[in-house]
Design a protein around this ligand. Structure first.
Ligand code: G3P
Length: 500
């Protein structure tokens, strides 16, 4: 057992496919990790749902698991940080604490009809101007409306003040504090399609359009402060402060120490999300990037430009579980490296539509260029390459919107362990790709936010100094080759869109 005086920060990283708890020490190093997969529900094509109660139980499980593995006791934890899959909407009964419907996952397209109606009513510009987002099923607002429209008596209960809404961060704090705190942070609020990112308030006009009562929304707080304490029976007899909160992509930006304007990170998780820190300026995009809040700390709100790719790591899961071509995600590197190219095969993994820069929720996945000579190796390689192509789509528009040339891309997430993919990414972008020593930057970001709030860490410079590169991938492809490969991808996407 460690000495009693050693204290730690624990981060809960509630992602799309799994829940994790990671304990960090003062050096920002991982002491222990526990993980549990969560069940995915696909009730109809294009719909994705989670059981929010299962998510809550998985959080309790991983907290216990991480403490046990580290052989430390709960009162050695100075603070808890929470980071989460964003946009996913939970509506629950404030009296019973039970969700009234499954959580509608960010990937779910079941509100495409509502979005279409809103566009037809001419609301696109209003939503874009106020929230920095587009009208798309991706964001929480239309998901809340869908639940209130579809669950018997829900809207009436919501207006009576009996129902609460939260993204996963909010749901978990509410549960951990025994219903004491119904809060969210700026970064999560900025993904709901209901939050005015300039005025920093829930927007009455947007709420009225979607017929959502303000009273069911959480209070928006900074990303680094004490929101409440765990009730003892949920945290092994201890009242521990929950002191940091951010959506997973913003937390990764923080964990990658992208504190300066112009710094960019790309996370290869279930989806792929590239964020550029734009400082205190909310930059409006001309090319389908989102303007979002990076974090709010100590009275100062900072913004980011974001490119959102819906399918990245989940394409590898598809190879593993759907097509059974590989046994583990790691196998994909072995197979892809056995061939020198895809021989013209392109996989467009638009399983739930396409995000930046296309924003089309109708398009579905497609494969092009198959020949009799196409092997499993080519197919796997083409699927991996699709992650890099989608990233290039985003990088190109980010450079245009920001007027900045990208020289280095900091990367993280499960798929960055795949060195084939990282090399191909660097080749395709013509940019250095930097993989950090601590790849768990999402959880680390949440831990830093919590640790800063309770004085466990001093300030951002201390954090920035700690960031270390594990490996830098440098581009080795000729411009002609790059353009030829990327040209093929653009043609493939165009054809997939035309088929929708
Ligand atoms: O916006 C969705 C995002 O937060 C999901 O993240 O890590 O599950 O791909 P991830």
């Amino acid at each position: 057992m460690n000495e009693k005086q050693d204290t730690y920060i624990i981060a809960i990283d509630q992602g799309t496919t799994s829940t994790r708890a990671i304990i960090f020490d003062r050096h920002g190093e991982i002491v222990s990790t526990a993980q549990q997969e969560i069940k995915q529900f696909y009730p109809q094509p294009g719909w994705v749902e989670h059981n929010a109660s299962e998510i809550w139980v998985s959080v309790l499980g991983v907290l216990a698991g991480a403490l046990t593995e580290a052989e430390i006791v709960a009162d050695q934890i100075e603070a808890i940080g929470i980071t989460n899959q964003r946009e996913t909407a939970v509506v629950w009964d404030r009296h019973t604490g039970h969700p009234i419907y499954h959580a509608l996952v960010w990937q779910s397209r079941q509100t495409a009809g509502i979005c279409e109606e809103l566009r037809q009513q001419g609301h696109e510009e209003l939503f874009r101007r106020k929230t920095g987002l587009l009208i798309d099923p991706y964001f929480s607002g239309t998901k809340i409306k869908w639940i209130l429209d579809h669950v018997d008596g829900a809207r009436e209960k919501a207006w009576n003040g009996d129902l609460l809404f939260g993204t996963i961060d909010s749901w978990l704090v509410w549960k951990l504090t025994g219903g004491q705190a119904h809060v969210t942070d700026y970064s999560n609020a900025s993904r709901t399609l209901l939050y005015n990112i300039h005025e920093l308030s829930w927007d009455d006009d947007l709420l009225e359009i979607l017929d959502i009562p303000k009273g069911m929304l959480p209070e928006v707080r900074s990303s680094s402060e004490v929101y409440g304490h765990t009730v003892e029976h949920h945290f092994f007899g201890c009242k521990v402060p929950i002191a940091g909160m951010a959506g997973d992509q913003q937390a990764a930006l923080f964990g990658q120490a992208c504190f300066d304007k112009g710094m960019v990170k790309n996370t290869y998780g279930t989806g792929c999300f590239m964020l550029m820190n734009t400082g205190e300026q909310a930059v409006a995009s001309q090319h389908g990037l989102l303007t979002t809040i990076a974090w709010g700390i100590g009275g100062r709100v900072e913004y980011a430009l974001e490119g959102s790719i819906f399918v990245a790591g989940s394409a590898l899961q598809w190879l593993r579980d759907g097509l059974r071509m590989i046994k583990s995600a790691a196998d994909s590197e072995t197979y892809a490296s056995r061939v020198t190219s895809t021989e013209g095969v392109y996989v467009v993994p638009a399983f739930v539509g396409l995000g930046t820069p296309y924003w089309n929720s109708e398009v579905r996945g497609a494969v092009f260029g198959l020949t009799r000579g196409t092997s499993k190796e080519h197919f796997i390689r083409a699927t991996l390459e699709a992650l890099a192509y989608q990233t290039k789509d985003v990088t190109d528009v980010m450079e245009e919107d920001s007027g900045l040339k990208l020289h280095t891309l900091r990367v993280d997430g499960g798929a960055v362990r795949n060195s084939f993919l990282m090399q191909f990414q660097s080749d395709l972008l013509g940019t250095d790709v930097e993989r950090p020593v601590v790849n768990e930057t999402t959880a680390l970001g949440a831990a830093y936010l919590a640790g800063l709030a309770v004085g466990y860490w001093k300030d951002r410079s201390e954090i920035a100094e700690r960031w270390r590169s594990d490996r830098t991938f440098t581009p080795g492809m000729t411009e002609t080759e790059r353009q030829e490969l990327y040209g093929g991808w653009r043609k493939a996407v165009k054809a997939a869109l035309a088929f929708a």
